[in-house]
Write a protein that binds this ligand. Structure first.
Ligand SMILES: [Fe+2]
Length: 267
């Protein structure tokens, strides 16, 4: 065995530095999915594939990735929107129209939650129904499939859990024998979760605002009495209604007091 070429040693060293950079950025940038950081680091590194001097490559890659994160191009809601569009727009245009409506509603009421949480709410709104897309669908239970897909891509665990539990999913999981799998994701039961449920349950299948009562009637008519989602309404309808009611109360409070005071009184 001969001594390795100096350039081979330099490239191996660069590989290690790039790997360390990726790990550091993923740990530090909790709001950006790890898979996004991985892709961005690899893209930037590829730009230097033919560089003859490698010393500055890690710092140039880091600078470019950080600039992308700062500009918001890699923000969680931005990534969520792109991901939902890629998965839903062509294959399931009606589901995509609904998703856009839910995200619009979430953006409209994002002032109700703490500023640090509004990105979480909006991202979850974009992503809540991706489990219907064929690359994501594994068990046929879309909240669980969506949450697992996001978890596997290093998305913020809170967003995964919000997707897993949206709109009374636990009662449906019970009927499908998937409670154990769903329990891996905690249901946070707070204002952000209520707001996501509210947005989903006051947006029609084509993305227009509707009342909670009309939305429930539409679900029953479209799915029929044997569908687990409809059967689960016997258990989760009050829970769904309560989340909508609590959010409506927060909206009314914010309208009369102003969002900041409303957030303080809800805390
Ligand atoms: Fe939905």
């Amino acid at each position: 065995m001969g001594t390795p070429e100096p350039s081979t040693v330099a490239h191996a060293r660069l590989d290690q530095q790039i790997q360390a950079l990726e790990t550091r950025l993923a740990r530090e940038q909790r709001r950006v999915p790890a898979s996004v950081i991985h892709d961005r680091v690899r893209q930037e590194r590829a730009r230097f594939a033919n560089a003859r001097v490698l010393t500055f490559v890690p710092i140039l890659v880091e600078r470019a990735v950080r600039a992308g994160i700062r500009s918001g191009a890699e923000s969680l809601p931005g990534w969520a929107e792109r991901t939902a569009r890629e998965l839903l727009a062509t294959e399931l245009p009606r589901r995509w129209a609904h998703t856009q409506g839910v995200a619009r509603a979430a953006t409209r009421i994002a002032h109700l939650v703490a500023p640090a949480e509004s990105d979480t709410l909006i991202a979850a709104a974009w992503l809540h129904d991706i489990g219907y897309a064929s690359p994501v669908n594994v068990t046929g239970f879309h909240p669980l499939d969506g949450a697992r897909y996001l978890h596997d891509r290093g998305v913020d665990p809170r967003v995964c859990a919000l997707v897993a539990h949206h709109a009374g999913a636990a009662a449906v999981a019970e009927l499908l024998g998937l409670s154990h799998e769903l329990a891996r994701f905690p249901d946070e039961r707070g204002p952000v979760r209520d707001a996501l449920w509210y947005c989903d349950m006051t947006t029609s299948p084509t993305g227009e605002p509707v009342s909670f009562t009309d939305r429930m009637a539409e679900i029953e008519a479209r799915r029929g009495p044997d569908d687990p989602v409809v059967r689960a309404l016997a258990v989760n309808r009050p829970e769904r209604a309560a989340a909508v009611r609590r959010t409506q109360r927060r909206i009314d409070l914010a309208t009369s007091l102003g969002p900041r005071m409303a957030r303080m009184s809800a805390a």
